[in-house]
Structures are given as structure tokens and as C-alpha cells.
Design a protein around this ligand. Structure first.
Ligand SMILES: [Zn+2]
Length: 245
């Protein structure tokens, strides 16, 4: 089957399903101009005083918030970014009641911007920030525009982003697993499925069709019924044009 035929088949799966769950990774946001942390030309290969995976760790944040925020403000500001065809298509699919949940590893808030509703941000979101001392919350502009990360109480403001060494939110994990295990079509998009524990979520799927859409192959390709190694934008442009035809 060529890619065109595969995308057509994917569209048929979507048409016949009314319990779809979307599981997305960095590739979903690349088309919106947001760099993939782990890709060859992503952040992890740039040169900094410390490796990015060290800067983005809990220990580093507590010990060296100045250096953390220098990196965070410069590299993770997505406030100006706009949703792309994939985000927009999912919103339509959710409105038509076919899509039940969006589970994402991204922290850029683009699904919210596209007005999707049932979103589970596994790694948190740059849009929520709170003081680690008094719990007062702050909008992202406080950090990215005002460049302030000290609370009025003197405590440090922390973005609600899961840093290295930090656990994922239990409530979000449970919901993600619940939706995945009840779905009859799981769309896994733009993720290399190499980041634990996100990758393990896929194993809970016991529905009819598992489709993986990613530029490159993934270690879980053997679990999928349909693998499309193509441009995410092209795939979703096709799906969007053919929605409810
Ligand atoms: Zn405070």
C-alpha cells in the first residue's frame, strides 16, 4: 500500500469509529514552528552551558532558577504560536462526538488554543504557573513577557511543566489509560514512542485499530494495524478535506 492508500484507509477507520482517542507528541507541534526536543536538529543538540536535559530537571530548577529561566524563557515560549491543521481537525472531530480525548506530551497549549475540550497534558502546560511557597497562580505572560518568576510572597514561581525527575500527575495518567483502554481507534501521531512512561500507555489499547502516523518508524510499530510514515500536515490536510463527506 502506498501512503495515499494508507491515508484513505485511515479516513475509513475514522468514519466507522465513534470512540477515537488521539495520542500526540512533538511532531504535532513542529508544523506550528515549535522545535522537537529530541529530534536531530532539536534543542538537545544545541550548545549551552549545561545540557538541556539537566537544565530542565527538578534539581536544577531548585538549585539554579536563574539559569533555568534563562533557558526556559528563551526556548519554551510558545505564546505566539498558532494551532495547525492537525489541532484544527481534532477540534472538528471532537465536536462531531467521534473523538473522545486528546492525550498529548506537548506543553504548548495548542490544543486548547484550537478550542478542543477534553485534553490531557501528560507533561503539563506552560500556561499554568504557581508559586511553590504560597501556591498563587500566574499567567504565562508573567514569566515570558515580564520575565518575572518571583512571587509577591518572595517564593519562586514554577511552571506546571513536568521536569525531569518529576512524576506525571496521577489523575491525568488514570484518565489517559481509561480513554485509551476504551477506545476502538487510537491515533498515535508525531511521537517516536521512546519517552517513558508515555510509550507504555499504548499497551493499554485493546480496540480495533491502532494507527501510528510519524515521520520515522517507532519501536511499537509492530502493535499497529496501520503505519503511515509521512508528513503529518499532508495526512491531516487530507483527513480534514474528507471529513463528513
Ligand atoms: Zn507566593
Amino acid at each position: 500500500m502506498n501512503n495515499g492508500e494508507k491515508i484513505k484507509l485511515l479516513n475509513e477507520y475514522i468514519e466507522e469509529s465513534d470512540n477515537i482517542v488521539f495520542f500526540g507528541g512533538a511532531g504535532v507541534s513542529t508544523e506550528s514552528g515549535i522545535k522537537d526536543f529530541r529530534s536531530k536538529d532539536g534543542l538537545y543538540n544545541e550548545k549551552y552551558k549545561y545540557p538541556p536535559e539537566e537544565i530542565l530537571s527538578h534539581t536544577f530548577f531548585i538549585k539554579n532558577p536563574d539559569e533555568f529561566y534563562k533557558f526556559y524563557i528563551e526556548k519554551l515560549n510558545c505564546l505566539e504560536k498558532a494551532p495547525n491543521i492537525c489541532h484544527e481537525y481534532l477540534t472538528k472531530l471532537e465536536k462531531s462526538n467521534k473523538l473522545k480525548a486528546i492525550i498529548t506530551q506537548n506543553i504548548d497549549g495548542l490544543h486548547e488554543k484550537a478550542k478542543s475540550k477534553n485534553i490531557y497534558n501528560l507533561h503539563g502546560s506552560i500556561y499554568q504557573n504557581h508559586c511553590i511557597k504560597c501556591n498563587k497562580s500566574y499567567p504565562p505572560e508573567e514569566i515570558f513577557i515580564k520575565k518575572n518568576y518571583i512571587c509577591t510572597c518572595g517564593g519562586i514561581i514554577k511552571p506546571n511543566v513536568v521536569l525531569y525527575e518529576e512524576p506525571l500527575d496521577n489523575n491525568i495518567i488514570n484518565n489517559a489509560i481509561k480513554y485509551i483502554s476504551n477506545a476502538d481507534l487510537l491515533l498515535v501521531v508525531g511521537t517516536s514512542l521512546t519517552v517513558y512512561p508515555a510509550s507504555s500507555f499504548i499497551q493499554f489499547f485493546k480496540g480495533k485499530h491502532l494507527a501510528i502516523i510519524n515521520k520515522d518508524t517507532t519501536p511499537l510499530d509492530n502493535l499497529a494495524n496501520l503505519i503511515i510514515n509521512d508528513d503529518i500536515k499532508d495526512v491531516f490536510n487530507y483527513l480534514n478535506k474528507n471529513l463528513h463527506k
